[in-house]
Write a protein that binds this ligand. Sequence first.
Ligand code: SAM
Length: 240
Amino acid sequence: MWQATVYTLFPEMFPGSLGQSIAGKAMQQGIWNLKSVNIRDYATDKHKTVDDTSYGGGTGMVIRPDVVHAALSANLHPKSKLIYASPKGRPLTQAMIRSWLADYPDGLGILCGRYEGVDQRVLDYWRENHELEDISIGDYVLSGGELAALVMLDACVRLLPGVLEKSEATTNESFELDLLEYPQYTKPQIWNNTVVPDVLLSGDHKSIAAWRLKEAEITTQTRRPDIWKNYIANQKTGKK
Ligand code: SAM
C-alpha cells in the first residue's frame, strides 16, 4: 500500500478533498493510506509550544526545529520521499510526480509549514540525511503547506496502479506528452447552436487521433510557449 504521511499543525485539514471521489475510493480500497502527524504532539513544554519569534527580528513566528525533528524522526518511513512544501522550492511538475512514484514506490512524506515557515537548521539536517526537497506548487504564497500537500498527493494518487480504470486516461493528459490536452466534448451533440466537431463523430480513429494532436499542438503553442519549446526540441531529437 502506498503510504502518504503529512506533518502539519492542522491535521483536521486531512484527508479533506482526498477523502472524496477517485482518491477517496482508492483509499477505501486500500490502494493508499494517509497518516496526518500533528507536529504539536511533539512539543515538550506544558503549553505545547511549536513556534517562536524570528532571530534577527520581524513580525512572524517560525516553527521550532526540535519539535519538527521529533515529529519526523518518530514517523518517517525510511524509504519514502520527503518533501517540504515551500514557495522557495522547485516548481511542481507532472514529470516530478511520475519520478517520485517510480523512485519511491513506498510513499511520500510532506512537511507543511505555517507562519514564516520552519527553522532552516532542521530543513538542512533532513536535506543532508534524508534528501528532503523543497517543492513549490506555484509562484504565490499560501498561508500553510496543507493545500500544497493536498495538491501533490492528489496528483500522485490518481497515477497509482488501479486508481483510474484505464491507464490511457492519464497518458494522453496535459503535460504527459509535453503537450496540453486537446478539447473534450460530450452529449448533447448540439448545444447552444454549436456542434461537436464532425471528425469526432466519424468513427475514424486515425483521423480523430490526428485532429486531437493538431488541436493539442495549437493549444500548447498559443498558451504555453515554454512547453511548446520543449515539445519541438524533443520532436527534433526523437525523445518522446
Ligand atoms: N515566509 C515564507 C516566504 O516568504 O517564503 C512564506 C511562509 S508561508 C506564509 C507558510 C507556509 O506555507 C510555508 O512554510 C509553506 O509550507 C507553505 N507554502 C506557502 N506557499 C507555498 C507554495 N507556493 N508552495 C508550497 N508551499 C507553500
